[in-house]
Design a protein around this ligand. Sequence first.
Ligand SMILES: Nc1ncnc2c1ncn2[C@@H]1O[C@H](COP(=O)(O)OP(=O)(O)OP(=O)(O)O)[C@@H](O)[C@H]1O
Ligand SMILES: [Mg+2]
Ligand SMILES: [Zn+2]
Length: 509
Amino acid sequence: MISFLYSASVQGIDACLIDVEIDISSGLPVFSIVGLPDTSVKESRDRVVSAIKNSGFDFPTKKITVNLAPADIKKEGGAFDLPISLGILASSGIIEKKSLQNFCAIGELSLDGKLRPVKGILPIVLSLHKFGITQVIVPEKNKNEACVAKDIEIYPFTDLKDVIQFLKKETVVEPYKQDSISFQNGSTKTSIDFSDIKGQLFAKRAAEVACAGGHNMIMVGPPGSGKTMIAKRIPTILPSMSFEESVETTKIWSVSGLVPAGESLITDRPFRSPHHTTSSVALIGGGSYPKPGEVSLAHNGVLFLDELTEFRRDVLEVLRQPLEDKIVTVSRAKNTLSFPASFMLIASMNPCPCGNYGSDKECTCNPYQVKRYRSKISGPLMDRIDIQVEVPALKIDEITSTQTVTNETSQQIKERVIKARNIQYERFKGKNIYCNAQMGPKEIKKYCVLEEKAGLMLHNAIEKLGFSARAYDRILKVARTIADLAGSQIIQQNHIAEAIKYRNLDKYN
Ligand SMILES: Nc1ncnc2c1ncn2[C@@H]1O[C@H](COP(=O)(O)OP(=O)(O)OP(=O)(O)O)[C@@H](O)[C@H]1O
Ligand SMILES: [Mg+2]
Ligand SMILES: [Zn+2]
């Protein structure tokens, strides 16, 4: 007897519908699964047999064939355990075949019949609507993530046994609804705040400018000066995520199995800080079952590369493409998948190999070593970093100062950032540009209008300090942001002066 139900499989950050067909016929007892890779088949078979038996049902000693179609879609993981088990029970007459027909079922089973959560529930439930499916059975632990999809009825269960009782109509289960789907804009739960940072007014201001214009930033300073501390607090001064941004980011986290248990949506902007030994695949994504990399996990948030000079050059090279395109494309044999990767890059490095260059402590490096160290990250990557800022060691009295109350809070800074962002939003409406950092040559020409004195100052700076043409564009973009923070239409002399200060590393290249 043949039975039939739906399941789904993640593809990138979308999902496709999988038809699960189960045929039980008389013949030698064989249990075969078609359409899954070999290793998954064996594992799934073993779990399904044990789960059915341990839930108190007989496992049919007949010829069982399971087909997961389409066969050419690469499927992964145990999410088909539940639909396969339900199909077997329907084909052997334990549950009615037609009770299954409207459902999509997803879930991995443990040997005792418990339903385990699976990765990628959010993209799956969000795509069911377009397949005309309105009811889905999911593991209990996935229920909050699943119920973000408003138009789908979610039936969460902890045990295979409970699912069977429900389908046999022995129990009544109402679809799960979360009363207040916890999307509170800006409901940041983190306890870190900009007011924790003593001194470093220049670096803090640079961070504000970076956030206001969406500029990438690198901080250069000796060990312990607070670079990591500043970087970690950057998400707290960025505008809160919109609902759409939150759903996009959560889809990526869902596919990676990183949505915290019990949560529905990621509402705080991500802060990702991969170690410098990370591989290019871990950073950018990919693999035989393509997974999002750190650049995508940082989507709509911050990617922090601490100790930038320690990263392998080839690893840093792969960053160029997502920095440019804001998306990572992974080509497979038959199709291409893409993962969004729109992030703000924040990097840090020491000023020299020993770390003490420019500080009160003695630097043991010679000028050649310092130059070579700094040039490690020159070139195409540096070209995409608008703001370069020095973070010197704190002075003794700054360290011992207890006047943290006078420090500005993240909220205060964030309000200015939002104001400046709103100006940019209006400026670039309909242009597919959202912030000053994304301006191309045409926009720079149109929107970076300098007052006369400012133009003169920039001219002089280029002549005296030897900035390149690229640095010139960057100074203009950053000056545009500084003017926006000041609510000024035209770029004034003091805006240019400040922007020039953020080209610290150019001196060494
Ligand atoms: N400006 C500061 N205000 C308050 N505390 C600070 C400041 N700078 C450093 N600290 C203290 O020093 C510790 C180290 O700072 P942090 O890790 O940010 O330094 P870093 O510049 O990233 O150093 P490294 O180059 O070694 O990575 C912090 O955890 C904090 O306790
Ligand atoms: Mg650090
Ligand atoms: Zn040194």
